[in-house]
Design a protein around this ligand. Structure first.
Ligand code: PHE
Ligand code: ZN
Ligand code: ZN
Ligand code: ZN
Length: 295
C-alpha cells in the first residue's frame, strides 16, 4: 500500500478552509460553502478518471449533495465503499470535523488513480452531505439503493475526525471485543476492524475500540446489515490519564477542544494523527480491495 502524502492531504484542507472563508465561514448544509466544497472534490475526481455523481436530496428546506465516485473496474457484485462527511456545522469551517476525513479519503482516491489500481473489488468513494443534521446524506443514499444494489456493498469504511489536536487512536469495534456498549456490527465488521488494527500495529501505535454509537455515517449502513468500520481520533470527549500515557497529549483535555466551534480551522489539526490515519485508509483500501481471492 502507498504512503499517502500528508502535504497533499493538508493542501485539500487549505482549500476547504479557503472555501469556508469565502462563504461566510462555514461549509454547512444549505450554505454556499457546502456546494463549493462538493464541487472541489468532484472536479478533482473527474480529472482523475472517476465516474462521479452529485446526488442531491432535500432536507430542512435546502438541497444537500452527496458526491459519489466509482473507480472503473473490479467485481461489480463485490463493492468496498469508503466515505466521509463533507459538511460542517454553521459555527465554523469544520477542518477536523470533517475536512480531515474528507481530505484523507480524497487523497486516497487520487492515489488509486495515480497508481492505476486494478482491484479485484469495485471501489466506491463517497462524501456525504448533512451529516451534522442527523446523517441525512448517508441515510438518503442507503434508503435509495435498490435492495439488489445494497447487497453488492460488502463493506463500508467511515472516516470522521481523523486529525484531532489531542488525538486518540480509535477503531470502530466491529466485534464488540470489549463486551460493552452498542454491540457488534454486522458480520464482516470484525474483519474491517482487524485490517485497520493491523496497520496501526505495523507502525507501533496502540489503538482502542470505539462503539458504533450511531454518531456518524456508518449508522445507516449497519442498520441495513452492511459491515462497517473506520477510525476516529476523538471529539468532545476528555482524554484520560491512561489514554495520555498510551498516546501522549494532554490528560483532562478534550480530544478536540474546537469541536463544533469557529476555531476548527487548519490550526486545529495534529499532523501526526492525520498522517497515520490517511496511511491507514490507504492500507485498508489496498489490502481489502486487492485481496485474491477477494475478502
Ligand atoms: N459525527 C460526529 C460529528 O460530526 C463526530 C463523531 C464522530 C462522534 C465519530 C463520534 C464518533 O459531530
Ligand atoms: Zn460534527
Ligand atoms: Zn463529524
Ligand atoms: Zn473489536
Amino acid at each position: 500500500p502507498p504512503d499517502i502524502s500528508l502535504t497533499n492531504v493538508k493542501a485539500h484542507l487549505t482549500q476547504l478552509q479557503s472555501i469556508a472563508t469565502a462563504n461566510g465561514g462555514n461549509r454547512a448544509h444549505g450554505r454556499p460553502g457546502y456546494l463549493a466544497s462538493a464541487n472541489y472534490v468532484k472536479n478533482l475526481l473527474d480529472g482523475a478518471g472517476f465516474t462521479t455523481t452529485l446526488q442531491s436530496f432535500s432536507y430542512n428546506g435546502a438541497t444537500g449533495y452527496n458526491v459519489i465516485a466509482d473507480w472503473p473496474g473490479g467485481d461489480p457484485d463485490d463493492i468496498l465503499m469508503v466515505g466521509a462527511h463533507l459538511d460542517s456545522v454553521t459555527a465554523g469551517p469544520g477542518i477536523n470535523d470533517n475536512g480531515s476525513g474528507s481530505a484523507a479519503v480524497l487523497e486516497t482516491a487520487l492515489e488509486v488513480s495515480r497508481q492505476s489500481l486494478a482491484p479485484s473489488k469495485h471501489l466506491r468513494f463517497a462524501w456525504w452531505g448533512a451529516e451534522e443534521l442527523g446523517l441525512r446524506g448517508s441515510q438518503y443514499y442507503v434508503n435509495n439503493l435498490p435492495s439488489t444494489e445494497r447487497s453488492k456493498i460488502k463493506g463500508y469504511l467511515n472516516f470522521d475526525m481523523v486529525g484531532s489536536p489531542n488525538p486518540g487512536y480509535f477503531i470502530y469495534d466491529g466485534d464488540n471485543s470489549d463486551g460493552v456498549g452498542s454491540g457488534p456490527g454486522p458480520a464482516g465488521s470484525a474483519q474491517l476492524e482487524a485490517t485497520l488494527a493491523a496497520y496501526f500495529s505495523s507502525i507501533g501505535v496502540p489503538t482502542r475500540g470505539t462503539d458504533f454509537d450511531g454518531r456518524s455515517d456508518y449508522g445507516p449502513f449497519i442498520s441495513a446489515g452492511i459491515p462497517a468500520g473506520g477510525t476516529f481520533t476523538g471529539a468532545e470527549g476528555i482524554k484520560s490519564s491512561a489514554q495520555a500515557s498510551l498516546w501522549g497529549g494532554t490528560a483532562g483535555a478534550a480530544f478536540d477542544s474546537c469541536y463544533h466551534r469557529s476555531c476548527d480551522t487548519t490550526s486545529n489539526i495534529n499532523d501526526t494523527a492525520l498522517n497515520r490515519n490517511a496511511d491507514a485508509i490507504a492500507y485498508a483500501v489496498w489490502t481489502i480491495a486487492t485481496a485474491t481471492p477477494p475478502v
